[in-house]
Design a binder for this molecule. Structure first.
Ligand code: GDP
Ligand code: MG
Length: 176
């Protein structure tokens, strides 16, 4: 018969970084349009579902985009947040030096709970490059040290968000 069943690949994506770097905005940007219906509130953890067609894979991938929901402000991100993650965005802000310095510590936390998962290093708010507190050289050096692909993005202006996610999802599916 001609009936074809679809079994979408599913990837849990976590977005980590200090408060204020733009994590929630990023998740909303990626999942645009599905926000009202699919936003779930669990115990301090939110996630959004989003199906994304990945050109190089020729298939739809179902993303579960997990938000820390402010827990990061109190260093209270639960293990549930990291558990079962297949992809991770390490995010810092162009205008927040502490958020850049904190990336190594976020990496250690993620690696403790979800070792070896696909990940990218992201500098958000490049629309504010004029008031940058992180040089291009040190950002690239950190990416090299952590062996992460590095993206400069602006969630606000929708610059590079989609390419970054496509790369991340491809990398995650390749590892799965
Ligand atoms: P979170 O605490 O990491 O979840 O960060 P939010 O998503 O709540 O964003 C913190 C603030 O940064 C908000 O006022 C956002 O509107 C702002 N923001 C997020 N992304 C950008 C960006 O790309 N450029 C600028 N200029 N502001 C941004
Ligand atoms: Mg947030």
């Amino acid at each position: 018969d001609m009936v074809e069943e679809e079994f979408d690949t599913e990837v849990k994506v976590i977005v980590v970084g200090n408060g204020g770097v733009g994590k929630t905005s990023m998740i909303r940007r990626v999942a645009r349009g599905l926000f009202t219906d699919n936003y779930r509130k669990t115990i301090g953890v939110d996630f959004l579902e989003k199906s994304m067609y990945i050109e190089s894979l020729g298939e739809e991938v179902r993303l579960m985009l997990w938000d820390t929901a402010g827990q990061e402000e109190f260093d209270a991100v639960t293990r549930t947040y990291y558990r079962g993650a297949g992809a991770c965005v390490y995010a810092f802000s162009t205008t927040d030096r502490d958020s850049f310095e904190a990336i190594r510590s976020w990496r250690a936390k993620v690696e403790a709970e979800a070792p070896g998962i696909a990940a990218v290093l992201v500098q958000n708010k490049v629309d504010l490059l004029d008031s940058s507190v992180v040089t291009p050289d040190e950002a690239e050096a950190l990416a090299q040290e952590l062996r992460l692909k590095f993206y400069r993005i602006s969630v606000k202006d929708d610059v590079n968000v989609r390419p970054m996610f496509e790369y991340l999802v491809e990398a995650a599916v390749a590892k799965a």
